[in-house]
Design a protein around this ligand. Structure first.
Ligand code: ADP
Ligand code: NAG
Ligand code: NAG
Ligand code: NAG
Ligand code: MG
Length: 489
């Protein structure tokens, strides 16, 4: 169907035109890029032809290396389970057989039918909205598709460090784009193989010789919000705990994936986004399932800026649990230390301290760490950590069902779910009464029926209010001793 192919090509071309305009508008350094390419085309002095040939050879070598990295990730799981040892995959004979499949998989998307449904045709008529982020390798743009859905597109970052370094080394824009594109291809394969609630969802991809430029590839992803550590530091403990719990669930999954135990080599908050408060890994091009070979334990050293660890070398000559432990310590140093201990509920603080200690010293594996997190979640959800709150404190309050308040005199507390007043999550009216008793300004509170992600109730605390108003879902609690007479109906 040549008509179909043409319209797809036209659509994809249009897509890139839109993107290119956006990119050149929002990103500086375009001239710098132009200067670099023209510099490379002027470099044609005597003797440089052999140099050019050797550069070309070196680039081809790197292209092959990148390709070889992807091939073992492509094999269907059965082949591994049926006893084909992974090492045989590195032989060059197999490479050439598998190479064809690699291109079919990625370029023509033979997996497309079941996992990754959007293609170039989905991008017809899209509108670029904003740049969501960029890194060494990739540029991420938010677009609105013709149907109104917002998605994130990942592309090669033409102004990125990867591209810049390659151009400096090889002076070949076309070859460099192809080289950098391998990272996107690797990411597509990994996103297909490592599907999990805490990995960004791959919606599709568009590849091909769009506009006569080979190696172009666009990945279509679920749109998230880049993780803002500063903002997270000011959020309620419950939300910070959620990010850490999601991370641990992800690391547990990665430690026993079908590819083996996967390490995230470039482990930083900027490789994650949130989607409706849920943490999702988005940068997978530096994920590796390779095990480290060893002869003695000293070959199994994990080095971090303030801490080194030595792990056991197994009888099979592999560092045992190295990938898993690397991930745990990175989770500790980039996430837990900032997000977890601060303002933990008093009844859970000792459990949080235990997690901090066991992950910071790598004493627990990921299974034990996940268990400890899920235990905290269970206690927190069920309110069991509040055991020692006297049940009598609720008797200090008069409750009015189906009512809300107006004419409120608010006060602020920290960290509040609302910047105007004091809104906190509680397990029950009893916990809310306990909180109100501990705030000198508090005289009444409302349970609105709204819930947080754990199912805890949002309670808004205030100093005074002038009227009660009917409000189907709400319950108003007023302190008996200090309650102004006018506010009791
Ligand atoms: N699906 C997404 N939704 C929103 N922002 C994203 C998404 N994916 C990535 N980003 C943002 O784009 C940045 C660059 O993407 P990333 O894959 O990390 O590229 P690189 O490999 O160059 O680091 C990320 O740091 C993140 O802030
Ligand atoms: C970790 O090991 C490296 C290399 O052996 C060494 O230079 C460094 O001082 C060690 N760091 C710590 C904190 O022990
Ligand atoms: C864990 O606890 C031990 C004993 O109390 C202490 O020596 C160690 O420094 C702690 N480690 C961390 C990472 O907090
Ligand atoms: C961790 O848990 C998984 C199941 O969730 C299990 O298959 C695996 O053997 C456990 N690993 C260890 C070291 O206990
Ligand atoms: Mg990144």
């Amino acid at each position: 169907m040549p008509g179909m192919g043409n319209s797809l090509r036209a659509a994809a071309l249009l897509a890139f035109v839109v993107l290119s305009i956006l990119v050149s508008l929002l990103i500086s350094g375009v001239q710098q890029f132009g200067a670099r390419t023209s510099h490379s085309s002027n470099a044609g002095l005597a003797g440089d032809e052999t140099e050019a040939a050797s550069l070309r050879g070196e680039l081809i070598y790197h292209l092959n290396e990148r390709r070889k990295e992807i091939i073992p990730l492509l094999l269907p799981d059965d082949d591994v389970e049926n006893g084909v040892p992974r090492e045989t995959l590195h032989s060059s004979r197999l490479d050439s057989i598998l190479d064809h499949n690699l291109w079919n998989e990625i370029t023509h998307g033979s997996r497309k039918a079941h996992m990754d449904e959007m293609g170039c045709d989905s991008l017809v008529g899209m509108q670029a909205v904003e740049i969501l982020g960029s890194g060494y390798t990739k540029l991420v743009v938010k677009v609105k598709l013709a149907g109104g859905q917002s998605v994130a597109l990942k592309l090669v970052n033409e102004q990125g460090i990867d591209m810049g370094k390659c151009l400096e080394d090889f002076k070949d824009p076309h070859g460099c784009r192809e080289l950098v594109s391998y990272k996107l291809k690797k990411e597509i394969v990994l996103l297909q193989r490592l599907q999990h609630p805490n990995v960004i969802k791959l919606k599709g991809h568009c590849a091909g010789d769009v506009g006569g430029e080979g190696g172009r590839i666009t990945v279509i992803l679920e749109q998230g919000s880049p993780l803002q550590m500063i903002q997270l530091l000011q959020s309620p403990w419950e939300d910070r705990f959620r990010v850490c719990l999601d991370l641990v669930r992800l690391l547990h999954f990665l430690s026993q994936s079908t590819l083996g135990s996967v390490a995230l080599l470039d482990f930083q908050p900027r490789q994650f986004v949130t989607v409706s408060g849920e943490l999702k890994l988005t940068d997978l091009d530096d994920a590796s399932a390779e095990e480290t070979a060893c002869q003695t334990n000293t070959d199994c050293t994990l080095q971090f800026p303030h801490r080194n660890f030595t792990l056991p070398c197994s009888a099979q000559g592999e560092c045992e649990g190295l990938n898993e432990k690397r991930n745990i310590y990175n989770a500790y140093r980039y996430f837990f230390t900032y997000l977890l201990p601060h303002q933990a509920p008093p009844g859970l603080a000792h459990l949080v301290d235990h997690i901090m200690n066991s992950t910071g010293d790598l004493k627990a594996d990921i299974n034990q760490t996940l268990e400890a997190f899920e235990h905290i979640l269970h206690l927190y959800k069920s309110g069991l950590h509040l055991d020692n709150l006297p049940s009598s404190i609720i008797k200090d309050y008069t409750m009015m069902r189906g009512m809300g308040t107006s004419g409120n005199v608010e006060y602020r507390c920290w960290p509040s779910y609302s910047p105007q007043g004091c809104v906190l999550s509680v397990h029950s009216a009893r916990e809310a009464a306990y909180v109100c008793n501990s705030h000198s300004q508090c005289n009444s509170f409302t349970l609105t029926g709204q819930k947080t992600w754990t199912g805890r109730l949002l309670a808004s605390f205030r100093s005074r209010f002038s009227h009660l108003v009917p409000d189907g879902m709400s319950e108003v609690y007023v302190k008996k001793t200090n309650a102004p007479e006018s506010s009791i109906v």
